[in-house]
Design a protein around this ligand. Structure first.
Ligand code: NAD
Length: 366
């Protein structure tokens, strides 16, 4: 089993790996009775409690799991900082097969581990998890979001994520073409899942020409029935399509040494986490090729914004209004990247780091 993102695992002791990106805390969780083996990583709590989902995945070993949780938790610090949320970055991974190994007892035990962090970490859904697990975790801790609407939660975050991606995509179009009118634009969406499905609804409403692919034909057929204007393409055709905008909404690392030479688009703007296989190498390569990359953690923040509102007392209109701000934030990041002649991912990283630093220096840390 490879890492979800197919990135190399780095060497070093746990403390050395924590030191590299200044992770605050890691909790290793082991419960022989329920079979729970999990790692919770708290990257940075300067801005607030570390909020980030729990991923259940059959990692080949604990080093792969540790690598994933370190990278994902750090990403959450940047995502929340850029979205203007008063939240830090954290994430959890459970080592196991989400299809066969889930039990109520396992998630209740996990909830107790989350509770032991006394609110420094708040969990939610990620890959391999669903609302049902959040309900079991909630039996043991209040530090969980992504609960069903019937329990006062915010429900499925994907429509809000898709709306934010749409806003970020429009900001990228405005920067690349001088207008965010999508009527003359051809957009290739990779992944007809929860986010992709909602995103194409916005794109079609705006008059864009939409190409869509997925590895599951049944998902494509259902979307084609709902939106006959969508053009379906094969999974291996999507990268080289002659389109204006490529929107990765499936897995990470689809922008890499192999795919960059094939890309014909001038904008990349999608939901998938960690789209660049190597941030530095491929962020620079896209800039040199004249492709405007909308950083994933900047434009897919709708989901975390939705979760943040669950803690404040859920208000969907307020969550959507805050998500719409992604448009203006993205415009600012693209401008900074152009003015300083640096890749967009770096401009976004610097803006996030500045916010965390200024709050810390003012002695206003959580
Ligand atoms: P999902 O699992 O519902 O959908 C992903 C889709 O991609 C599936 O339909 C799958 O069949 C398809 N797919 C997988 N490999 C593919 C390939 N090689 N080619 C084409 N299609 C492929 O997931 P989602 O909730 O829609 O999330 C999509 C991406 O956005 C993920 O990377 C996720 O981490 C990220 N994201 C999601 C949210 C959210 O609120 N759901 C928030 C932030 C980021």
């Amino acid at each position: 089993m490879t890492l979800l993102t197919e990135r190399p695992v780095k060497a070093g002791t746990v403390l050395e790996r924590m030191k590299e990106h200044e992770h605050e805390q890691i909790l290793f969780c082991n419960d022989p009775v329920t079979g729970l083996r999990a790692i919770i990583a708290v990257h940075d709590t300067t801005l607030g409690p570390a909020l980030g989902g729990t991923r259940m995945w059959p990692y080949a070993n604990e080093i792969e799991a540790l690598e994933d949780v370190l990278r994902l938790s750090r990403g959450m610090t940047y995502k929340s900082a850029l979205a203007g949320l008063d939240l830090g970055g954290g994430k959890a991974v459970i080592i196991g097969d989400a299809r066969t190994q889930k039990t109520e007892a396992m998630f209740r035990r996990f909830g107790r581990f989350v509770d032991s962090l006394n609110g420094r970490y708040i969990t939610a859904e990620d890959v391999g998890m669903s609302v049902a697990e959040m309900v079991n975790i909630r039996k043991e801790t209040t530090n969980v979001v992504g609960l069903p609407v019937s329990m006062g939660g915010s429900g499925d975050p994907s429509p809000v994520t898709a709306f934010g991606v749409f806003c970020g995509l429009k900001a990228a179009a405005k920067t690349a073409y001088g207008t965010d009118d999508l009527r003359k634009r051809k957009v290739a969406v990779q992944g007809a899942g929860n986010v992709g499905r909602n995103l194409i609804g916005h794109l079609l409403k705006e008059g864009a020409t939409v190409y869509l692919t997925d590895i599951h034909d049944d998902k494509l057929a259902a979307i084609k029935a709902e939106h006959p204007a969508v053009n379906l393409v094969k999974p291996d055709e999507v990268i080289g399509l002659d389109v204006d905008i490529y929107s990765p909404c499936a897995l990470g690392a689809t922008v890499n040494d192999r795919t960059i030479p094939q890309l014909k688009c001038s904008v990349i703007a999608g939901a998938a986490n960690n789209q660049l296989a190597d941030e530095q190498v491929h962020g620079k390569a896209l800039m040199e090729k004249g492709i405007l990359y909308a950083p994933d953690f900047l434009i897919n923040a709708g989901g975390i914004i939705n979760c943040a509102w669950e803690r404040l007392g859920y208000n969907r209109d307020a969550a959507l209004a805050q998500t719409e701000e992604i448009y203006n934030t993205a415009l600012r990041i693209f401008k900074r990247s152009q003015e300083e002649n640096i890749p967009t991912y770096l401009a976004a990283n610097q803006a996030a780091e500045q916010r965390v630093r200024s709050v810390r220096q003012a002695g206003l840390s959580f």
